[in-house]
Design a protein around this ligand. Structure first.
Ligand code: FES
Length: 167
């Protein structure tokens, strides 16, 4: 995927640009602190749109390709907005051994999306993550800040259905 493939028309508000400036001004060596800068910006905007990568590059003189490379290399960064409920399915060793792959297939099938995608109704985004730190409950997923353990394919469908019903 190259930068040109991600052309988008996203409006960033004046207020958001000011916030980005504020974050950039916190660092004397932006290049050495690029990951921290991107983390802070993502927590402000919820994701890092292409237009913001260009803006950071313009302000800091870091090559746009370098920023783009960092954003696409680390799975913690997103270039598209996420849905209301972020599903983070653990793919760590314990979860993998206990069937997380099957759980992932069930999520994809049930919601009709792939990893990294958001449902059309904007209710769910599905991602895979590394160990969530509660391996005794494997397989585990988090949705928002809630942890669900000992997952089975039926259980995961029930959880998703319950969230859908609430909305
Ligand atoms: S491997 Fe999944 S919680 Fe640790």
């Amino acid at each position: 995927m190259c930068c040109e493939d991600l052309k988008e028309e996203i409006e960033i508000s004046e207020e958001q640009y000011l916030k980005i400036d504020e974050i950039l001004n916190m660092y004397q060596d932006p290049e050495g602190n690029l990951i921290s800068i991107l983390q802070k910006i993502q927590s402000e905007l919820n994701y890092i749109p292409k237009v913001v990568i260009s803006y950071i590059s313009e302000k800091t003189k870091i090559y746009e390709s370098k920023i783009f490379g960092v954003v696409t290399f680390y799975s913690q960064f997103r270039m598209a907005p996420i849905g209301e409920n972020l599903i983070m399915l653990c793919q760590g060793t314990a979860c993998h051994v206990n069937g997380s792959e099957k759980i992932g297939e069930t999520i994809k099938e049930y919601l009709n999306i792939d990893v990294g995608e958001t449902t059309d109704d904007n209710l769910f985004t599905y991602t895979n993550v590394a160990c969530l730190g509660c391996c005794s409950l494997a397989p585990v997923m988090m949705i928002g800040d809630k942890t669900y353990g000992n997952l089975t394919t039926d259980k995961v469908k029930e959880i998703l259905k319950t969230i859908q019903k609430k909305n």
